[in-house]
Design a protein around this ligand. Structure first.
Ligand SMILES: CC(=O)SCCNC(=O)CCNC(=O)[C@H](O)C(C)(C)COP(=O)(O)OP(=O)(O)OC[C@H]1O[C@@H](n2cnc3c(N)ncnc32)[C@H](O)[C@@H]1OP(=O)(O)O
Length: 204
């Protein structure tokens, strides 16, 4: 399999794949000239997108908007990666392109969309629904029945009480406590969370 994107997030994705032993990593694609190899894995420059058509791929880029753009451009056999030390309930649905990091806990009947990141130690409790291109940052916790819209980032250490609906392309700041629904594109911080501005997202 291959990875696309060679920054810090990529190193954590490499770790998951090596530990889960599911796929050998044949290379990482990144056009930045500063990368030649990441750990012992060669870095290649992109020549043609057709190369990826029959290749297993994960987009290893932390920015949700960029991950979406690249996934629309590159036709590949997207796969998911789940760290062996994540705890994933048996009826959780995880879609392609998504990575689940060490210590994450996904409880009963959780749904996770495509190209999501469930980062280190995040907790997603029963019946939550996480849409495509979402990032749940390290140590963030979602109580039961929370819905998170496309492209949203839940910041490091944030907490969301049960039954909340968070819109698309929202940014929930580090350590924020969400006790009410959050509209699309909001940037929300503090305890309790207050909206400070709105994201502008191109071609979402
Ligand atoms: C493995 C990994 O690294 S995963 C990555 C995890 N990273 C994160 O979770 C980062 C989350 N990002 C944040 O919390 C950011 O601070 C954001 C996105 C909410 C805001 O960032 P910016 O748009 O740059 O806003 P800025 O820093 O200018 O802050 C605006 C105001 O909000 C306040 N503010 C910003 N973030 C927070 C926060 N998390 N909690 C409380 N207040 C905050 C600032 O103090 C500032 O207040 P002021 O206007 O009174 O001075």
């Amino acid at each position: 399999m291959y990875l696309f994107g060679g920054n810090g997030h990529c190193k954590v994705v490499v770790d998951i794949i090596k530990k889960s032993n599911e796929y050998p990593i044949e290379g990482i694609f990144d056009d930045n000239p500063k990368f030649n190899a990441i750990f012992d894995i060669p870095v290649f420059k992109t020549k043609t997108l057709d190369f990826f058509i029959d290749k297993q791929l994960i987009i290893s880029i932390g920015n949700n908007e960029i991950r979406k753009k690249i996934s629309k451009k590159i036709p590949a056999l997207y796969v998911k990666a789940i760290h062996p030390n994540a705890i994933v309930s048996y009826d959780v649905k995880i879609n392609e392109g998504t990575v689940i990091m060490a210590g994450a806990i996904l409880n009963a009947s959780v749904y996770i969309g495509k190209h999501c990141i469930v980062n280190t130690g995040a907790v997603i409790d029963h019946d939550c629904s996480i849409n495509d291109f979402v990032h749940i940052s390290p140590n963030a916790s979602l109580a039961g029945n929370v819905v998170v819209g496309e492209g949203t980032q839940i910041g490091i250490g944030a907490s969301v009480i049960q039954g909340i609906k968070i819109g698309k392309w929202v940014t929930v700041g580090a350590g924020t406590v969400i006790i009410d629904d959050v509209p699309d594109f909001a940037v929300i911080v503090g305890n309790p969370g207050k909206i400070i501005k709105y994201n502008s997202i191109e071609n979402e």
